[in-house]
Design a protein around this ligand. Structure first.
Ligand code: CAA
Length: 262
């Protein structure tokens, strides 16, 4: 299937998914979900890819939410399927072995904030806007927004955003811990790629272990999370990358990580 609703590119070890419906501010419809799924298949099959960056085509939007013109006609069962399909896509994104950066270049509303939150972290343009405005449509977030937002920014702030539906600036999003860094609009892409390049130099096994420990660890009690960390620590230590990294330090040279499994 050719890509029409997203642009999928590989630049060396970095894969880029660009939401590409700029006339509809990159709103998400079922075709976008299918194409992202196909791109994730390609990424998972290509061991040379070490980082994924998500962004939006056009000057205005990352993603302005789920496509309202599609949602207006959904039956209850279709609505549930659309919500579950979106949630499943975001679970897949989270479960990738490689780091994923959301490069938010404009509006990230509703499903847009939800997609960004399923990435490992968010870099935003100073023109970006975030929010869960579904309440203004008489509905609620459907791609995991009530869950991830509460986990990221706390229960009370998540309730305020979902209950009022207000749109916040990138700076406000940074202040509440939703966004890691805000850059002047023209510098956002370059700064994102700098971090993507840095991430691409790290070991694949330890990168996956960091991601798994933090994501899964937050779902369990502290002791279980620490035991998960100990298991992953042991896996990394005995992995070829772990051996290479530790030896390289002792031999005073740069490590060369190959990403092989132990
Ligand atoms: N779905 C479908 N089309 C959308 C859209 C969306 N979510 N957001 C914007 N568009 C379309 C507009 O209808 C418009 O199309 P036409 O040119 O054909 O009229 C085009 O994109 C440009 O939008 P505007 O003219 O509205 O641009 P603006 O600069 O005046 O406003 C905006 C920008 C504030 C983002 C406004 O478009 C807006 O409020 N969009 C809807 C945001 C929203 O409510 N998102 C949540 C959707 S529900 C959801 O996401 C559920 C979930 O959790 C899965």
């Amino acid at each position: 299937m050719a890509y029409e609703n997203i642009i999928f590119e590989k630049k060396g070890p970095i894969a880029i998914i660009k939401f590409n419906r700029p006339k509809a501010l990159n709103a998400i419809n079922p075709d976008v979900l299918k194409e992202v799924g196909q791109a994730l298949d390609e990424i998972e099959a290509d061991k040379a890819i070490k980082v994924l960056v998500l962004t939006g085509e056009g000057e205005k939007a990352f993603v302005a939410g789920a496509d309202i013109s599609v949602m207006v006609n959904l039956s209850p069962l279709e609505a549930r399927k659309f919500s579950r399909d979106g949630q499943d896509m975001l679970f897949r994104l989270e479960a990738l072995a490689i780091p994923v950066i959301a490069c938010v270049n404009g509006f990230a509303l509703g499903g847009g904030t939800e997609i960004a939150m399923a990435c490992d972290f968010i870099y935003a343009s100073d023109k970006a806007k975030f929010g869960q405005p579904e309440i203004n449509l008489g509905i609620i977030p459907g791609f995991g927004g009530t869950q991830r937002l509460a986990r990221l920014v706390g229960k009370a702030m998540a309730k305020e955003l979902c209950m009022t539906g207000v749109i916040i600036s990138a700076q406000e999003a940074k202040e509440i811990g939703l966004v890691n860094k805000v850059f002047p609009h023209e510098q956002l892409w370059e700064e994102t790629m700098k971090t993507a390049d840095l991430l691409a130099t790290k070991g694949r096994v330890s990168m996956k272990a960091v991601k798994r420990c933090i994501d899964r660890g937050l779902d369990v009690d502290l002791r279980s999370g620490c035991y998960l960390e100990a298991d992953n620590f042991a896996i990394c230590m005995t992995s070829p990358d772990g051996k290479e990294g530790l030896s390289a330090f002792l031999e005073k040279r740069k490590p060369e990580f190959k990403g092989e499994l132990p």
